[in-house]
Design a protein around this ligand. Structure first.
Ligand code: ADP
Ligand code: TRP
Length: 323
């Protein structure tokens, strides 16, 4: 069976972009793939400076994956730091990576454009190398991610290719898998939904909070009676992910006809999100009351992951003359 691998950083509550772009598609792959999914806590350390929050968010992300339906027995579900081979292989791969390539990576480039290149830490700069290690260490076939991560998978492929070129066919070259119908989920202000823009809708938030987020979706100032353009509306652009084609069409024609307010559309969207995610929310809340069980699941997953990791690392170190 082919192996799918992906990771998510524990940096706050996942939003609809994370769910539709990565978590949902990744979980669906468990029907056809062995799934290796992990919580990228070392990656989070490039920005998080609050130990308590990092610990809590790590468990919270684990609970969310399980609540959304991940079956941990279908592969391995683990915490990145519980597999120390990741940082070991990362060194080997860093020796296969040019500074030039790393300066073209998105996060570094963005920091440079802000004039902050001297202030970012080495972890941000070498982020793609650690990520390549996460992937290559498990002989991963496919990596389900959102569009913004594709560059990192391409870089990982490059590192595997370079290693293989120097030391002979050793590392599997991974391929990204992007849910093309989703690509980029817009946030409540129309920009890409992102934790860093604080423009998210969090599907597992309590009803009151969720309502607040949906009601805060930015629209133009047209009144109830006015005719509206559905194609440029943030509400419609989110509604389309949850509605049937008929429901979407019906909302669009109400927009064009007038007499249908943005408040109505927001409530229709809220209802969709509520009905889709309320069972998962219940499961999530239940898991968060049982942190010891979450720990057990992650520990069990890391045992399985380490077994695979040891084999690939051994093969790699032998191939390049270290072992
Ligand atoms: P954020 O931008 O909120 O910090 P992350 O970088 O932690 O999100 O992304 C986690 C995963 O979710 C990645 O695979 C990423 O591609 C995906 N993702 C994040 N935001 C979106 C979005 N708005 N649309 C689609 N996928 C997204
Ligand atoms: N960089 C990814 C993100 O920000 C998280 C991540 C870390 C990852 N390692 C990975 C994703 C390996 C896929 C495969 O979303």
């Amino acid at each position: 069976m082919k192996r799918s691998l992906s990771g998510i950083k524990p940096t706050g509550t996942p939003h609809l972009g994370n769910y539709l772009g990565m978590i949902g598609p990744a979980i669906s792959l468990q029907k056809t793939h062995e799934t290796f999914y992990f919580i990228a806590n070392y990656h989070a350390l490039t920005s998080v400076r609050d130990a308590k929050a990092l610990r809590l968010d790590t468990l919270s992300v684990a609970a969310q994956f399980l609540a959304f339906g991940l079956d941990p027995s279908n592969g391995a579900f683990y915490r990145q730091s519980d597999v120390p081979q990741v940082t070991e292989l990362s060194w080997v791969l860093s020796c296969m990576t040019s500074m030039g390539d790393l300066t073209r990576a998105h996060a570094y480039k963005a920091a440079k454009d802000r004039g902050e290149e001297g202030a970012i830490n080495l972890g941000v700069f070498s982020y793609p190398v650690l990520m390549a290690s996460d992937i290559i260490l498990f002989d991963s076939d496919v990596v389900p991610v959102g569009q913004d991560q594709v560059q990192h998978i391409e870089m990982a492929r490059g590192m595997a290719q370079r290693f293989n070129h120097y030391f002979g066919e050793t590392l599997k070259e991974p391929v990204e898998l992007v849910q093309s119908s989703v690509a980029v989920v817009p946030g409540i202000d129309g920009r890409k939904m992102s934790k860093s823009y604080n423009n998210g809708i969090e599907p597992l938030a309590a009803t009151k909070e969720l309502k607040k987020q949906v009601m805060a979706i930015v629209t133009d100032s047209k009144g109830l009676e006015d005719k509206k353009d559905p194609e440029t509306c943030n509400i419609v652009n989110l509604y389309k992910f949850f509605a049937s084609p008929e429901e979407l069409e019906s909302m669009k024609s109400s927009y064009r006809a007038g007499g249908y307010g943005y408040g109505h559309a927001k409530l229709a969207l809220l209802e969709k999100i509520e009905s889709r995610f309320s069972p998962a929310r219940e499961k999530y809340n239940d898991f968060m009351k049982r942190p010891d069980d979450l720990e057990d699941i992650l520990k069990d997953g890391s045992k399985k992951a380490r077994k695979v990791a040891e084999g690939v690392l051994d093969r790699t170190l032998k191939a390049c003359g270290i072992r």
